[in-house]
Design a protein around this ligand. Sequence first.
Ligand SMILES: [Zn+2]
Length: 504
Amino acid sequence: MRRQMYAKPMTTARKSLYVCLIAGATVASQAAEYRVAVDPDVGAARVEIRLAEGESSDLFSMPAWAPGDYRIVNFGRHVRDVKFWQGADEIPLKDGRANGVNAWRASRPGDKVTYTVLAQPPGIFSENLRITATEVFWNGPAVFGWLEGHAKEAHSVRVETAPVGGVFVCPLSGVLDAKSSERTFTAKDYDSLVDSPVVFGTTISTRTFIVSGKEHVLAAFRRPASLSLTDFETTCRAIVTEAQSLIGELPYARYVFFLDVGGPGGGLEHADSARLAIPPGVRSTGVAGFLAHEFFHAFNVKRIRPKPLGPFDYTRPAITSTLWWMEGVTDYYAELLTYRAGLIDQEEFLANLGYAVDYAMNSPAAETVSAAESSRRVWEANNSSGFGGLSYYDEGKAIGFCLDLAIRWKTGGVRSLDDVVRTLYAETSGGKPGFGDGRIRDVCVQVGGSELAGMYDACVERPGPLPIRDALAAHGLFFDGRGIQRSPNASADALRLLSQFLTR
Ligand SMILES: [Zn+2]
C-alpha cells in the first residue's frame, strides 16, 4: 500500500496557466484531441477540441444534465467564447447559440473548437469545477463538451498539473511525463470521460487498499487533515467486501472514493468512483450508510439500470419510472450492507427500516403519487428527489424492504431480493444494455412467484399505503404507526424467517 502513489515532483516556477490535453487514443484515425488550460488566478479553464485530420463538425454541445442528478442544469450556462476553427481560420457561428443554451453551430464545419469554462457553483450532489491555488476538482459534465459525431470515440486525457502539482487522482489510470508534468489517461468514450472526476493538488491525502485483487483509492481533499484515512479504510473495506460477497464480483478495474472534506452537497456516483461530501472530523462509522449508498451505485445505477441511464443522451431528460429502485433500493442495500458488515447492530438496522416504512405509510404525498410517477416526472419537479412531494429515496427504500420480505415469505425463506439484484446485474453488467420498462417487475415475479405481481403493483404503480403488514407479520414483526416492532406472539415459522433475514 503506497500512500502517495500519484505523487510527482513539484515544479519550481509557478506558472499562471497549466494545460490539460485530451489526445486521440486507440482509434487514432477517428479520435478528437482536446487541450485545456486552467487559470487559478482567473478561476476559469480554456478548452480546445481538435479533431483528427480529415474530420470535421459544425455542432458543439455541453450537457443539459449530469447522470445521477436528475434535473436540468444546462452546463452551457457557464461556457463563454465558443469559437470554431479550420486550421488557423476562425469560422463564424451560424445562429449564435444554436439549440438553446447548450449548443453552438458553425456556419460551416471546422476541425477545432475553443471555449472557456468558468469555475461554477456546486450542484446538489457534487462540486462542478473548483479551482484554487492548491487544488483543482472537476466533475466531467461541467467541463467537457462534445463535437457532433465524435462522442463514441476513445480519448486519452493528458493533464498538465503544474503549478498546483502534488497528488493527482482520477479513476482512469494515469501515466506521468516527469519532464512536462503532464498526466495521461484514457477514456473509452465521452460517457466514460465525463463520468471520471479529477482532483489534483498539494493538499490531497490518499490511501489505497485491495479487495479481491482490485485497488481502491481513498482521496481526501479540501480539508483532509481532519480525517483519519486509516479509519475510513476499515469501513470502506468492510462495505466493498460485503458488496462483493452479495454480487460475486467487483465490476471495475480500480475504484476511487473522492472524499471532499467539508465540501458542499451530498454524494454523486460514477461507474468507477464516487464524490462524497464528508463533514470535517467525522468518524467513518458516522457516514457508513452514505459511503455504502454511493458505493453500491457502482452496481445499482451504473450497471443495473434502465435503458435511458446509459448510454446517455445529455441533451434531454432521461425519463424512467424506476428511480425509486435506482435510489431507494440503493438506500435499502446501503442499510443491508452496513448491517451485514457489522457496522450497525440489529436494533439500529430495524429502526432505520422503520423510518422508511413510517414515511411510506404516513407521508401525505404517498396517498396521491405512486413511486413510478414520482420517478417518471421528477424532471418536472427538477429537484432530483421525486415528483409530487414523494421522495423516491424514502419510498423506494421502504418498497425494497417490502419486496424483500414478500419474496422471503412467499418462497419460505429460500429466495430474497438479493436474487432479484443478482439477476438484474447479470442481465445488464459488462457493457450490456439497460433493461426495458417492466423488467424489475418480471424478475420479482420470476424470483418470488406470481403473487409478487400484485404486491409489486401495489407498491410501485399505485399510490396508497405500503402493503407490508402481512409480510412483516410473516417475519414476526409489525408496524406500530411509527416504527417496526417485534411481535410478542410470533409463530415458530415467523421467527425462523426473521432469523434468516437478520443472519449476517
Ligand atoms: Zn444515490
